[in-house]
Design a protein. Structure first.
Length: 178
């Protein structure tokens, strides 16, 4: 069973994911989960909305990130480079996690739906119960995205990290959000 799950939850591009997760202070399991749900590890993924590459970065977001990160000679086509895409996507989620005080639910909702929308949803629905907040996200795609990425995140942690660490992290997360 574990080997079957490992096929469903691969760790491709681990050299880049581990490197940039460490650089930007993001859990590798979260980066793997984002890539799994965003592109299924397809370097050349291109969404209907024109989001590009492994972490599905929108061209406008890529341009802003490149400027903020000091990336020279940036162009949208470079989002299909696995290392650069992982570097930028990991940096982006790290910034969202900082913005939302480590709350993965809010950071993922912003990654998919935008920070402006998360601000609006927080104002309209409050944050008493984070699971209820997710259920109240009016965009089905974003609501489903948050749930799918978090499910993948926990699967990656369960498969590839020690059991003790997984339970400690889940407990911390529950205390932080509820």
């Amino acid at each position: 069973r574990e080997s079957q799950l490992a096929i469903l939850y691969p760790r491709w591009y681990s050299e880049f994911i581990e490197k940039y997760a460490s650089t930007f202070g993001v859990e590798p399991s979260l980066v793997y989960a984002i890539i799994r749900e965003e592109s299924r590890f397809n370097t050349y993924a291109l969404s209907r909305a024109m989001a590009c590459g492994l972490t599905q970065i929108m061209p406008s977001t890529g341009k802003a990130l490149a400027k903020k990160m000091g990336i020279k000679n940036y162009s949208t086509s470079k989002l299909f480079d696995p290392e650069l895409n992982i570097r930028m996507g990991t940096y982006y989620i790290s910034q969202l996690l900082k913005k939302y005080n480590g709350n993965k639910h809010l950071a993922l909702a912003a990654y998919n739906g935008g920070s402006g929308r998360v601000r609006k949803w927080k104002r309209e629905n409050g944050l008493e119960d984070i699971d209820e907040f997710v259920e109240d996200i009016p965009f089905r795609e974003t609501r489903g995205y948050v749930k799918k990425v978090l499910e993948s995140y926990w699967q990656y942690k369960r498969l590839y990290e020690t059991q003790k660490n997984v339970f400690e992290e889940k407990e911390k997360c529950q205390k932080k959000t509820g």
